[in-house]
Design a protein. Structure first.
Length: 243
């Protein structure tokens, strides 16, 4: 499986579940039966019947992470062999449950619908009033509005040469994030917050997180054929959540 899945509802998504066929069929029919997970190179999510059936045939008592942890902790000389065996088991398991992938956002939406239908507590606070994949036009207007009314510093790394303002669209489990870099003075932050409030007063959706970051941070690594850069997630100077 590649790093992304194309969902009819959500477009290209990087968060998805690898499930057994029974869970896949249940999710398609709006049911969320009990499930168990096996972790190794990835996470496999299985119905109770599959988990029990395969566990008897192929699986050790512990989950894979525990076993890998134990091997590492005890500096086990047979570690390499054990990890190889586990890897083989994992592949066997993958083959047995087949290639069934379910979009992570669709699953989150399903969990919320399911909890509401059954009158159960919601599994997380849903962001249903946030700008998401359906709102690219509005997101574009927001960006144009902000860059037209405020002079942003230039991005050095995330999008070199562009304004250091990044709109990260929301989904049901997280709100739209408006990430602003290099705006550190309180009065400038306040001016931006007012612009953002003004924009949102003109549309229906309102849930958002505004984060001010001091600077874009990355680590440079020297390779034979050049320099590689890895982004380091920053802690915001200030974060405001409207939910
Ligand atoms: Zn199953
Ligand atoms: Zn989806």
């Amino acid at each position: 499986m590649s790093a992304a899945l194309v969902c009819k509802a959500h477009g290209t998504v990087i968060r998805y579940l690898h499930v057994c066929q029974h869970l896949y069929n249940s999710y398609k029919e709006e049911a969320v039966p009990e499930a168990l997970e096996v972790h190794f190179k990835g996470t496999l999510r299985l119905c109770v019947a599959c988990y029990t059936a395969y566990e008897k045939q192929h699986f050790p008592e512990h989950n894979f992470y525990d076993l890998v942890g134990e091997c590492l902790e005890h500096d086990d000389p047979g570690m390499e062999q054990k990890l190889e065996d586990l890897s083989g088991l994992y592949e066997t398991y993958c083959k047995a449950i087949g290639e069934h992938y379910f979009c992570g956002h669709c699953f989150d939406e399903l969990r919320i619908r399911n909890a509401r239908r059954l009158g159960q507590p919601l599994p997380f606070i849903p962001y249903e009033q946030t700008l998401d994949h359906r709102d690219t036009d509005t997101l574009g207007r927001l960006e144009t509005y902000l860059t037209g009314h405020f002079t942003f510093a230039t991005s050095e790394y995330i999008r070199p040469g562009e304004p250091a303002l990044f709109l990260r669209q929301g989904n049901i489990s997280s709100p739209l994030e408006i990430a602003i870099y290099h705006v550190t003075e309180a009065h400038e932050q306040e001016a931006l917050l007012q612009l953002i409030d003004h924009f949102f007063a003109s549309i229906e959706k309102f849930q958002r997180r505004v984060c001010f970051f001091e600077k874009e941070t990355w680590i440079e690594t020297q390779y034979e054929n050049g320099v590689g850069r890895t982004w380091v997630p920053e802690a915001p100077l200030k974060a405001i959540l409207i939910s």
